[in-house]
Design a protein around this ligand. Structure first.
Ligand SMILES: [Zn+2]
Ligand SMILES: [Zn+2]
Length: 180
């Protein structure tokens, strides 16, 4: 009887090793999806092998030992700094360490703030030219800059969020600020 149970346990172990990486969809850029993934992440992380660490940004790169899918961690002050994991394309460690992937929560917050700003702002061009040297755009009303340089100047003054750090990856992309 004991022998039978041991065999059964081995059988179960070898057949639960198959990973469930493909069950997870890319994180949608909304609070619900990010909150859900924060909850799912401790269990996901248990199955993964750590490949690299980025101490400056407190990020980790993982690989699934079963299917070789790469995963990266993210965390966001807006979500109590809790960690979440998301699938990323495979990458050389040195490349990842010099520029990790962008974090979906950071993308979401950035685009929401930019969307709010662009909805409130008027970007009507006026007769003057943009004050930035070499720029051939007209300045917009209430600014000495064109739309792009106006947004950049507000980012420098920390009145608008900085572009999220890191490299973009499919299925995410961002359009130029205010281009929509
Ligand atoms: Zn896997
Ligand atoms: Zn300009």
């Amino acid at each position: 009887m004991a022998l039978f149970l041991k065999r059964a346990a081995n059988y179960a172990a070898s057949h639960t090793m198959t990973c469930n990486c493909t069950q997870f969809q890319p994180i949608e850029l909304d609070r619900e999806s990010i909150t859900r993934r924060i909850k799912e992440s401790p269990a996901i992380r248990q199955r993964l092998t750590q490949v690299a660490e980025h101490p400056g940004l407190r990020l980790y790169l993982f690989r699934c030992p079963d299917c070789n899918q790469f995963w990266q961690s993210g965390h966001e002050w807006n979500f109590e700094d809790r960690e979440y994991l998301f699938q990323v394309p495979s990458i050389e460690v040195a490349d990842w360490q010099s520029e990790p992937y962008q974090q979906p929560a950071a993308m979401m917050i950035y685009s929401a703030m930019m969307r709010d700003f662009c909805a409130r702002a008027t970007f009507e061009p006026k007769d003057e030219m943009c004050r930035v040297e070499g720029c051939s755009e007209h300045a917009i009303r209430f600014s000495v800059f064109c739309r792009r340089h106006h947004i950049e100047s507000l980012q420098k003054l920390h009145k608008l969020p900085q572009n999220p750090v890191g490299r973009l990856f499919p299925p995410y992309y961002v359009s130029a600020p205010g281009a929509a």
